[in-house]
Design a protein around this ligand. Structure first.
Ligand SMILES: NC(=O)c1ccc[n+]([C@@H]2O[C@H](COP(=O)([O-])OP(=O)(O)OC[C@H]3O[C@@H](n4cnc5c(N)ncnc54)[C@H](O)[C@@H]3O)[C@@H](O)[C@H]2O)c1
Length: 334
């Protein structure tokens, strides 16, 4: 079977991981890498035995490259998505599409009518636990879904530089949970209520009008309920749980540990390993499954299960959450 030849743009934290996954994956090969910082690109290229290009145009004009993976900073995503589409190359782009909903809407207008696949990097949809939960729900194992509860807490505060450029907790962090909520609920939230505060780093509120601790309540048109809670820093580690509650039962997609060994002694009972460190470790299989899904889209000329419109809708929920924090009221989706 011919491998799908993928170029990776952006060789930072997540780009390095994606480049490695693409190189290792049985359905894909790494064509080349590109980063505005040539040293970063050269390092990844050397480690993975490919070449680094010095201009992004070398990727879009190369007929040997089947598809593109965008892992550069958020403010470059729209440009690279549109260049990929213009070059007729399917693209897997990291989240979020942009921090500005107007720019996303304008890009959606420009992209209207195109059928080049655009997959969004909402990796949690590909987590084996979350996928099993959704499958069981669709199989009717818990009957009618009433509530979806999502907990997502990071293991520690990012750097101040990161926070300054992040676009805010709802757009940067909760965006994953908005998408996961839509995925699990199977219908669109129509009302959003949110509270947010800077309880861990007060400077976030005073200097950036941002938060580190937030809670959201959402309701769908049929009355299904969803609660999301986020923290930028949980002392006990990366806390990632989804609970689905329905007429016939409950499903929990739980945290992951390196193994399930429990230790008991005079001083403690039930001692276990801490949770897997952060997103690269916790969602390792999800990122690989995301590449599988993308390769299948390219191979079968099909459309991705998570696309540009999903990215846009998650951002609309984030904007509505900001509106609710400001007004102190439950807000309807525009
Ligand atoms: N899905 C996830 O779990 C997840 C996790 C982390 C980050 N992300 C997203 O991935 C993107 C990258 O995040 P990161 O943490 O890897 O950032 P990063 O800052 O570590 O890496 C970004 C890289 O892009 C390079 N770059 C800057 N401008 C560029 C340009 N015009 N063209 C090519 N390369 C350019 C930088 O030199 C850097 O190496 C962000 O949009 C972020 O939101 C997603």
């Amino acid at each position: 079977m011919k491998k799908i030849n993928i170029a990776v743009l952006g060789c930072g934290r997540i780009g390095q991981m994606h480049a490695k996954n693409v190189a290792l994956h049985e359905m894909t090969s790494l064509a080349c890498v590109y980063d505005i910082n040539e040293d970063f690109a050269n390092k990844v290229a050397t480690d993975l035995g490919v070449h680094a290009v010095t201009k992004d145009s070398e990727i879009f004009s190369n007929a040997e490259i089947d598809a593109v993976l965008v892992a550069s900073p958020t403010d470059t995503h729209i440009e690279f998505i549109e260049k990929s589409v213009a070059a007729n190359k399917p693209v897997l782009c990291e989240k979020p599409i942009d921090l500005d909903i107007n720019k996303v809407n304008e890009s959606a207008e420009r992209l209207k009518g195109n059928n080049v696949p655009i997959q969004l990097g909402f990796n949690r949809r590909f987590d084996p636990g979350h996928q099993e939960a959704k499958k069981s729900l669709l199989n009717g194992e818990i009957g009618d879904l009433y509530q979806c509860i999502i907990t997502s807490r990071d293991p520690g505060m990012p750097s101040w530089e990161y926070l300054q450029a992040s676009g805010g907790q709802f757009r940067d962090m909760t965006i994953h949970d908005f998408d996961l909520a839509r995925f699990m609920l199977g219908e669109e939230p129509v009302k959003v209520f949110a509270i947010a505060n800077a309880l861990i780093e007060p400077k976030l509120k005073s200097d950036l009008n941002d938060s580190d601790t937030l809670m959201i309540i959402m309701e769908t048109a049929s009355g299904k309920q969803c609660h999301i809670n986020n923290s930028r820093s949980a002392t006990y580690g990366y806390d990632q749980r989804v609970e689905l509650f329905g007429s016939k039962g409950m499903i929990v997609s739980d945290n992951r540990k390196p193994h399930e060994v429990r230790k008991f002694a005079k001083e403690f009972v039930n001692r276990q390993e801490p949770y897997l460190n952060f997103f690269i470790e916790r969602y390792q299989e999800a990122y690989m499954n995301e590449i599988t899904a993308f390769a299948e889209v390219v191979l079968n000329k099909s459309q991705p299960i998570v696309n540009f419109e999903d990215g846009r809708k998650a951002l609309v929920l984030a904007e509505t959450a900001y509106k609710s924090v400001k007004s102190g009221r439950m807000e309807k989706i525009d």
